[in-house]
Design a protein around this ligand. Structure first.
Ligand code: ADP
Ligand code: MG
Length: 353
């Protein structure tokens, strides 16, 4: 049996749904290409008032998002929110709209959690299970941030190993899954599946400029444009190696790392100002540090101190993620093997003894 046959069989064994099967609850979000609600099954209204599902009504681009979610469910289910079903709802409107259903993973995105004054301590018991046996301070904060980064990179590695580039990695698209106590990625609306040639960004879609890497295209403009239909092609892994499109997400993940270390970068205005400064330094993070450190306030200095722990191993990692040239950025897999993450294992061992 190959994957295709299995996918085909699975498709028919899974329950199918239509519009009337769902009851909508609170609106969770609204973007240019869709509206997101909490929802539940009509026949089985959830004990929770708001429902245990999430429903996105999307425009025509919802078709790509359904494709991506189906693929993620089969290839790297733990990377993303648990996808239930997607279908075309042919309302009277021409073209109709796509409905996408996921399990409700939890109340908070990483963005919500990062906005709290308590961050990262407000995440500590959520991901580590218990309060760490350490005094409050940068070591303990680093330990929590390390765990978040490891989970984020693990999810990204799953996507990238599957051939999917997300292209819209940001704290708003990272959800804390209460069931698995891990962070998962959501919102595959801008994702590209380059192994099978689905690489679609509608003209009017703007990548979020706050988190986007400096390159405008994730595939060189010289490479032939990807086929529009899901035609499997043996060429794609070669194109992948030539272009390293996954490094676009790595840059965004590096910015999230910086936001966790530096509270000043967590606000929109703070992040925009940082981006301007970094651009002025030709996207050289070491240059940026040299330019701001001499006149840094205590909060900024504390961020550098956190990244400088253990011989600057965190700083080393973040500078290998936030680089101008995609080719010089580390991959998710290589980042996970970075000594920044070893330390945690060593620490955990020393606590157990
Ligand atoms: P968009 O950004 O296009 O509006 P998203 O897919 O990012 O759509 O979803 C919008 C918001 O809905 C998210 O920021 C998150 O708060 C919430 N959300 C989306 N999917 C889930 C899920 N599976 N579980 C819980 N909340 C979710
Ligand atoms: Mg989103």
């Amino acid at each position: 049996f190959d994957m295709f046959v299995l996918a085909f069989v699975e498709r028919f064994l899974r329950p199918t749904y239509r519009k009337d099967d769902f009851v909508l609850g609170k609106k969770l979000g609204e973007g240019a290409f869709g509206v997101v609600y909490r929802a539940s099954l009509a026949e089985k209204p959830s004990s929770k008032k708001e429902g245990d599902l999430v429903l996105k009504k999307a425009t025509e681009y919802g078709a790509v998002e359904i494709w991506m979610n189906e693929r993620v469910r089969r290839a790297c289910a733990n990377s993303c929110a648990d996808f239930v079903y997607g279908f075309l709802e042919n309302s009277s409107k021409k073209g109709g709209e796509y409905w996408l259903i996921w399990r409700f993973e939890g109340e908070a995105t990483l963005s919500d959690l990062m906005q709290s004054k308590e961050f990262p301590y407000n995440v500590e018991t959520m991901i580590l299970g218990e309060v760490q046996d350490m005094r409050k301070g940068i070591e303990r904060e680093n330990r929590i941030i390390q765990t978040i980064m490891r989970q984020l990179l693990f999810a990204l590695d799953g996507l990238h190993s599957t051939g999917i580039v997300h292209r819209d990695i940001k704290p708003q698209n990272v959800i804390f899954s209460e069931g698995s106590r891990t962070f998962k990625i959501i919102d595959l609306g801008a994702a590209a599946d380059l192994r099978v040639g689905i690489n679609y960004i509608p003209k009017e879609f703007l990548l979020d400029p706050r988190y986007a890497a400096p390159e405008q295209y994730i595939m060189s403009t010289q490479t032939p444009s990807a086929p529009s239909a899901p035609v499997a092609t043996a060429l794609s892994p070669v194109l992948w190696q030539m272009n390293l499109p996954d490094r676009f997400d790595i840059y965004s993940a590096g910015l999230i790392f910086l936001q966790m270390a530096f509270p000043a970068l967590r606000s929109d205005s703070g992040l925009i100002q940082f981006n301007r400064q970094l651009k002025r330094c030709d996207y050289d993070l070491v240059g940026w540090r040299k330019s701001v450190e001499p006149r840094a306030n205590s909060e900024l200095r504390r961020g550098f101190e956190l990244l400088d722990l253990d011989d600057g191993i965190g700083w080393e990692l973040v500078t290998s993620m936030v680089r101008y040239k995609a080719r010089q950025r580390t991959s998710a897999k290589a980042a996970l093997a970075h000594p920044y993450f070893d330390r945690e294992g060593l620490l955990a061992l020393s606590f157990m003894q």
